[in-house]
Design a protein around this ligand. Structure first.
Ligand SMILES: C[S@@+](CC[C@H](N)C(=O)[O-])C[C@H]1O[C@@H](n2cnc3c(N)ncnc32)[C@H](O)[C@@H]1O
Length: 280
């Protein structure tokens, strides 16, 4: 349950020039509320008159770092205590790298920049890995995905929405031999698609384990909860997480090799005998 802070802020600060659709506020509060008073690093692409940066600063509270990115140098004037502005092009990897040098781990990215397909995809591809393991990447005004002048169009190749649809498959990669295990699939718990907004929620994903909760009735299938190893929260340190994920991959590969190996098959009778005589 939220306190409706953002709705009230929007209504009471008409002079600050916040450019948002009103239905966005519910979405923000649903996905971003848990970061309040936690001193998050929040990056918003698209500063314009600075109103939204002020809103994020007030919403997330003391200690939050609000970072604005805009192509327009005039936006620098909106810099103040707790708000830092970077001037550059959101699709430019080298420019984004300068932001990441200063903020190597970001809790929330809000893309409200050009809304042009190639820019949205380029920013996502460059920044997503640097969003913290339980962070959020939110893209606004995705209705442009259906507008020709932004490079969009219904089911048009290269549209951000088609990119999102491919990521939906990646979410299920663990169940599809044709989909490679990717950093995205290992780090993303959900993709939430709303009218004009897409929200990616991150959370480290473990191996899927299916646990039977009761006796199976003949002819029925019992629901199987899918616990995620990610329920154990990992420290927000990229290097440690990357190294843990690599180790899991190595162990999985070693296990597959062992199970398929000739020596494992040849020694199967020996293991059966051990089990028979109660030795491990
Ligand atoms: C919709 S406005 C941002 C509104 C602001 N976030 C708010 O809610 O009040 C979009 C901003 O994106 C900036 N912009 C446009 N193209 C850009 C690009 N390629 N890279 C970075 N910023 C860009 C524009 O200069 C403009 O200030």
């Amino acid at each position: 349950m939220t306190d409706g802070f953002l709705h009230r802020y929007f209504l009471n600060h008409g002079n600050l020039g916040v450019h948002k659709w009103t239905h966005y506020f519910d979405i923000y509060e649903r996905h971003l509320e848990r970061f309040r008073a936690k001193k998050p690093v929040v990056v918003e692409i698209g500063v314009a008159s600075g109103g939204s940066l002020q809103m994020w600063k007030a919403y997330f509270g003391e200690g939050a770092r609000v970072v604005g990115i805009d192509i327009n140098p005039d936006c620098r004037q909106h810099e103040e205590e707790g708000i830092e502005i970077f001037i550059g092009e959101q699709g430019d990897a080298r420019f984004l790298e300068t932001v990441l040098e200063r903020y190597p781990l970001i809790d929330i990215v809000i893309d409200d920049g050009s809304h042009v397909m190639k820019d949205m995809i380029a920013s996502f591809e460059h920044l997503y890995d640097r969003v913290s393991p339980d962070g959020v990447y939110l893209v606004e005004d995705t209705h442009t995905c259906y507008w020709d002048r932004y490079g969009g169009g219904l089911k048009r190749a290269g549209s951000f929405m088609e990119f999102v649809k491919d990521r939906l498959d990646d979410i299920n990669a663990a169940h599809c031999a044709d989909l490679p295990d990717s950093r995205f699939s290992r780090s993303t718990s959900s993709i939430n698609v709303y009218d004009s907004v897409v929200v990616f929620e991150k959370r480290p994903q473990g191996r899927r384990l299916s646990i039977e909760t009761g006796a199976v009735q003949e002819g029925t299938v019992q629901p199987s909860p899918v616990p995620q190893i990610a329920e154990v929260r990992l420290p927000p340190d990229r290097a440690e997480i990357d190294s843990a994920l690599r180790r899991i991959d190595e162990l999985e590969a070693a296990k597959s090799a062992l199970l398929g190996s000739t020596s494992w098959k040849v020694t199967a009778p020996l293991r059966s005998m051990r089990r028979l005589f109660g030795r491990s």
